[in-house]
Design a binder for this molecule. Structure first.
Ligand SMILES: Nc1ncnc2c1ncn2[C@@H]1O[C@H](COP(=O)(O)OP(=O)(O)OP(=O)(O)O)[C@@H](O)[C@H]1O
Length: 448
């Protein structure tokens, strides 16, 4: 196999030499350019597998080089080298499409890691793997097509991605797809629900701990970062991170290093960070409950998943697909959704989005008789102002006990919330449960 070829753009001879020697030891050829003009000429003449560029160049900056490469449609990954502390420039570069960044003074271990990742990306693209995203993330609306194409694009670089959208709209599915489409796909995808970890254990869960660092630490333990090393770490419900951990996370992202609890030294980690929440993170930043600097770092690229009701044209396709999948999983023949059932689904608001659609179809699959699913089999929650259908005794025999109880519970929760004008704290009190448990149940039932 040919030796990979890297274009290094820097006007400092010392750095050029350091990069050339380091890359040479990795069996990588380098071609050097001392300014933008020379870099452009080389790019026009030959094909490179990777470009490493300094940000400040005598005749322009690294951002211009990224623009040039993008405009030409060249597919090589570009990594920028920025002065220490100028992480904002690195973020700008990644927003423009840079693969990753390094800060000066260049840490050689981090450089080698970055180069290996970038070359893997180059080769990965060349094989053009098609992982059939269309069959997994369903929907043919313009917005879903755009999301699928963005997934393909962002999977190729290392930029942190923030996935926003209502509960059940597909954020975790998108995160998984980004990982599966990336050159990291054969490394772990670690998904964490930040809201489910007790605050006092968070630091140790995220960064690991050393034996004896606190009572109960009976052995060395790896954290999520180490578990995801080489792969992707997906922080779901990132808005639920306490401020104390937000600071530590920020440092881990900036330095690409972590310090396990009770450990003196920091250890390098190679993790692609994806995060999501159904909460309005920008608003939380304004209110002071989420750090602005962290928000800025995790939100280098945002992917927004619109609620299902805003892409109602996708509902027939998603519903038909999911129904077929559910029937197959249950060893049942695939029923047809009648025209009126489809119309009713398209009119329904789906506060719980695709997850709720799945639940509705699962219930309908269990309830329906004959070869078709009718509107009544869907048991859609009543429209505003109309009483919800009573789960009666006859129905209770036809559906599973679990579904029956879920219906009863749903009805009770909605009624109590209504009584308390949507005040969850008061509703939880009236129901004799904690607010946490109420929120959990609302989410589980697709009522959030
Ligand atoms: N476009 C889609 N096509 C097919 N299935 C989908 C789609 N969107 C979501 N789903 C399915 O809906 C369910 C909920 O999706 P997911 O867990 O990704 O939502 P989420 O936004 O992460 O929810 P939460 O905010 O509650 O964590 C999953 O079973 C997922 O596979």
């Amino acid at each position: 196999m040919n030796m990979p070829l890297t274009l290094v753009v820097d006007d400092e001879p010392d750095i050029l030499e350091l990069l050339e020697i380091t890359l040479g030891r990795m069996n990588i050829q380098t071609c050097c350019a001392e300014n933008l003009g020379a870099a452009r000429q080389l790019l026009a003449k030959q094909r490179f597998d990777l470009c490493l560029t300094d940000m400040r160049l005598p005749d322009g900056d690294g951002l211009e080089l990224i623009d040039y490469i993008q405009e030409r449609g060249l597919s090589l990954p570009v990594a920028v080298i920025t002065a220490h502390g100028s992480i904002d420039v690195a973020i700008k570069a990644m927003k423009k499409g840079a693969f990753d960044f390094l800060t000066k003074p260049v840490d050689l271990a981090a450089l080698r890691q970055l180069v290996n990742n970038a070359l893997q990306t180059s080769q990965f693209q060349a094989t053009g793997k098609d992982r059939r995203t269309r069959d997994i993330l369903l929907g043919e609306s313009a917005v879903m097509r755009e999301i699928r194409s963005k997934i393909q694009k962002v999977a190729r670089n290392q930029a942190p991605i923030y996935i926003s959208g209502e509960s059940g709209s597909g954020k975790e599915l998108v995160a998984k797809l980004i990982h599966q489409q990336s050159p990291r796909s054969d490394k772990p995808f670690v998904a964490i629900n930040c809201g489910a970890i007790p605050h006092e254990l968070m630091e140790s869960e995220f960064f690991g701990h050393k034996k004896g660092s606190f009572s109960g630490a009976i052995a060395d333990k790896q954290g999520f970062f180490q578990a995801a090393d080489g792969g992707t770490l997906f922080l779901d419900e990132v808005a639920d991170l306490p401020l104390s951990l937000q600071v530590k996370l920020l440092r881990a992202i900036q330095e690409k290093k972590i310090r396990p609890v009770g450990e003196q030294l920091e250890v390098p980690v190679d993790v692609r960070l994806l995060s999501a929440t159904h909460k309005e993170l920008a608003k939380m930043v304004q209110e002071g409950s989420f750090r602005q600097d962290l928000y800025y770092r995790i939100n280098v690229i945002e992917l927004h998943l619109p609620p299902l009701r805003a892409r109602a044209s996708d509902i027939p396709q998603i519903a038909t697909h999911l129904l077929a999948r559910l029937a197959k999983a249950n060893g049942l023949p695939v029923p047809e959704l009648t025209e009126s059932a489809l119309k009713a689904l398209m009119r329904y608001a789906f506060p719980g989005n695709v997850r709720e659609l799945e639940n509705i179809l699962e219930r309908a699959l269990a309830l329906h008789e004959g070869r078709c699913i009718e509107v009544e089999d869907l048991s859609l929650p009543a429209a505003e102002g109309q009483p919800a259908a009573e789960p009666d005794g006859v129905r209770a025999q036809a559906i599973s006990l679990e579904t029956y109880l879920a219906n009863v519970e749903k009805k009770a929760l909605v009624a109590v919330l209504k009584d308390n004008s949507g005040d969850k704290v008061a509703a939880a009190q009236q129901l004799g449960m904690t607010i946490r448990s109420l929120c959990y149940r609302l989410k589980k039932l697709g009522l959030e």
